[in-house]
Design a protein around this ligand. Structure first.
Ligand SMILES: Cc1ncc(COP(=O)(O)O)c(C=O)c1O
Length: 481
């Protein structure tokens, strides 16, 4: 038996990529990534020929593997050369971020060392890193350091879900109460909150979609009227959801007024600041967010406003008990982990147990680069957005949505000949086919609008000027065709 074990051990040792093999593996990957990063400024924002992606399915998992260079070439053909290029500054659609290299190195170290950051006992240092980051967020957003609770998540959707479930459990909303329990949001609320309502079982509650102001902010007077009507009807107003940076139009709701209404009607007040939150770091922008520090729960997304690669969100709640109530659990097989310490761990405050050590991807860049560079990058994006908006104002064939509060705005092309949405779809298709810069679209009141979202740390004047040039070129082509 020993011989057999040793034979298997010899085979399995290869998993560790010892010395020479690791060196050549590292060299291949570093060369590939260096080339990738060095070519990014010339790469397209979007490649709409998806055919190369199919090659993934024609490469079977064989018994003995493939050489790393062959795998990287396959990755390059089938993954890197189609769809959106989120690492590029030419990605100016949806909500970009870019993915700063220092964060990727953080992930690399986290995965190589495989430190477990779910439970304090397993690695106090790793948990301290995550808590240190959360304390920093709490400080930025004015949450009390001693009483707040927080968790680093994989993104805004999961963070919003955790918040909605915390609100449900705090207010002890049970199935028997759903028919008279009311949730308030706006048409501009991100769809992940609708998903969170569904997943948390609250879709049988009454959902009030409060009308918008013409500026796309939630209409506070309409909300107040609706709350009064609902209270008079004997319903139970429960949850008010505001946005600090809507995805479609980039506006920040009047958070202060939402807080006041939440107090008056005894509601939980949730703020989704997944997109806009980090602009609050800029002193000159604080005024736009008045009331954010008064949220019962707040969601921010470092993979947006801190430019991390995908996979980083965060939830903060005013009272940590509100996360513990839902997520804290004692299990027999975990008893060592609970012995002799009083520290709260990420696993106590979220549904996850095993998880990646996701704090390192932000902790390392913050320590390495310092805070200032992130604020400079945000300021640059704000100015670039203003610059492009002003350039579009001069084009008489463009109709603009409201002037940007942050770095997202909508626009569309005028057409005298064709129905507006059809004409804009044609132009959007042409811009996507061109692909040098990628922008996305949305529908507002059933009409198509194009969207500009400047948030990649790699988007600079060059990309913005190119977008202006593309808009002019494709409009001219369209009217001459
Ligand atoms: C305002 C807002 N909330 C929530 C989300 C969802 O976040 P994630 O994609 O990180 O799950 C987004 C994503 O763009 C967003 O813009």
């Amino acid at each position: 038996m020993r011989d057999e074990i040793l034979k298997l051990e010899k085979a399995v040792l290869k998993l560790d990529l010892k010395e020479k093999r690791r060196a050549s593996f590292n060299a291949s990957i570093v060369n590939y990534l260096n080339e990738f990063i060095d070519n990014l400024s010339e790469s397209k924002g979007f490649e709409n020929d998806f055919s190369s992606s199919k090659e993934i399915f024609s490469t079977p998992f064989n018994d003995n593997g493939y050489p790393i260079d062959e795998i990287l070439q396959l990755f390059n053909r089938a993954v890197n050369s189609n769809g959106i290029q989120p690492a590029s500054g030419a990605h100016i659609g949806y909500i970009p971020g870019g993915g700063i290299p220092a964060a990727a190195y953080g992930d690399f170290i986290a995965a190589m060392t495989n430190k477990y950051s779910g439970i304090y006992y397993a690695n106090p240092g790793a948990v301290n890193i995550e808590n240190h980051l959360l304390n920093w967020f709490a400080e930025i957003f004015g949450f009390n350091k001693d009483s707040y609770g927080g968790n680093l998540t994989t993104g805004g959707s999961i963070a919003n879900l955790i918040a909605i479930v915390a609100a449900r459990d705090k207010y002890n909303i049970k199935g028997k109460d759903y028919h008279k329990t009311v949730i308030y949001g706006s048409e501009q609320m991100h769809h992940c909150l609708h998903k969170a309502i569904r997943i948390s079982g609250l879709s049988e509650c009454i959902y009030r979609e409060i009308p918008l102001e013409s500026s796309f902010h939630i209409n506070i007077n309409e909300l107040k009227k609706q709350l009064e009507i609902d209270a008079q009807m004997g319903l139970n107003p429960f949850l008010i959801i505001g946005s600090a940076g809507t995805t479609d139009t980039g506006v920040i709701d009047d958070l202060d007024s939402l807080r006041n209404l939440a107090d008056k009607f005894n509601c939980w007040f949730h703020v989704d600041a997944a997109y806009g939150g980090f602009f609050y770091m800029l002193d000159e922008y604080k005024e736009k967010f008045i009331g954010i520090d008064q949220a019962d729960s707040l969601v921010i997304d470092p993979h947006k406003g801190m430019f991390l690669p995908y996979g980083s969100g965060a939830i903060l709640v005013k009272e940590k008990e509100d996360l513990l109530r839902t997520n804290y659990y004692l299990a027999n097989y975990m008893k060592d982990a609970y012995a002799g310490h009083e520290h709260l761990s990420p696993a106590d405050l979220s549904p996850e147990l095993s998880r990646n050590f996701r704090g390192l991807r932000l902790w390392l860049p913050l320590l390495f680069h310092g805070k200032q560079i992130f604020k400079d990058a945000l300021r640059e994006k704000l100015l670039l957005t203003n610059y492009i908006y002003k350039a579009f104002e001069k084009l008489n064939y463009i109709e603009l949505g409201p002037s940007p509060e942050l770095t997202v705005f909508t626009f569309r092309f005028f057409s005298l000949k064709e129905e507006q949405s059809c004409f804009n779809q044609k132009l959007l298709d042409a811009i996507h086919k061109d692909g040098r810069i990628f922008i996305s679209s949305t529908t507002i009141d059933n009409e198509l609008w194009l969207r500009v979202a400047v948030l990649s740390f790699r988007t600079h004047l060059k990309e913005i000027d190119l977008l202006i040039e593309m808009v002019e070129k494709h409009f001219t082509n369209a009217i001459n065709s």
